[in-house]
Ligand binder design. Structure first.
Ligand code: ATP
Ligand code: MG
Length: 158
């Protein structure tokens, strides 16, 4: 299903904006022009939900969450950055594994099963995209993912 990703992403962020704690602020850096992607909307909604829930869950009091979209050579890159506790470098790939949680004690207090990012990875890869994390301990985390995209919607005769 071809949809405009910028509009779709903004709607999802709007929903989180209505329910988030007041001390957390959102910053959007999303192009005004449409970027078309051929996606299963329910699945990519789940991907975004899992990533944004983590960003909120691991954000400190007064933290900012930044949402970015960039398009280049028919690949769109979406990123969600927080100013939370961060993830140690040697654990960065493991967070996409099933049931993996960085700090068992800390994570237990925050709740969850350790499946959110494993599910996100599976769904992004099913759309021929990639997902990865960059993080600095004590400074914050950015989760990136890509999807194949088009800036102009294709005429489809089929
Ligand atoms: P679930 O998503 O199933 O409720 P979860 O959030 O613990 O549980 P994942 O979303 O898969 O599981 O994340 C795996 C682990 O990666 C988390 O337990 C946490 O340790 C770490 N992590 C994920 N996102 C962040 C983030 N934004 N900041 C810091 N740590 C993170
Ligand atoms: Mg999670």
């Amino acid at each position: 299903n071809w949809i405009n990703l910028t509009e779709f992403f903004n709607h999802i962020i709007d929903r989180f904006e209505m329910t988030k704690a007041e001390h957390i602020t959102f910053d959007r850096n999303i192009p005004k022009s449409p970027i078309y992607v051929d996606i299963d909307e329910d699945k990519i909604t789940q991907v975004l939900y899992n990533i944004i829930s983590n960003a909120i869950k691991y954000s400190p009091e007064g933290g900012q969450i930044a949402f970015r979209v960039k398009e280049n050579n028919e690949i769109v890159e979406i990123s969600i950055s927080d100013q939370g506790v961060g993830i140690p470098k040697n654990n960065l790939d493991k967070i996409f594994e099933r049931f993996y949680r960085v700090d068992k004690a800390r994570s237990r207090n925050l709740g969850g099963t350790g499946l959110g990012l494993a599910i996100a990875k599976e769904m992004v890869e099913a759309h021929n995209g990639k997902i990865w994390a960059e993080s600095e301990e004590g400074k914050g985390t950015t989760i990136f993912f890509t999807l194949p995209s088009e800036q102009e919607q294709e005429d489809d005769w089929s």
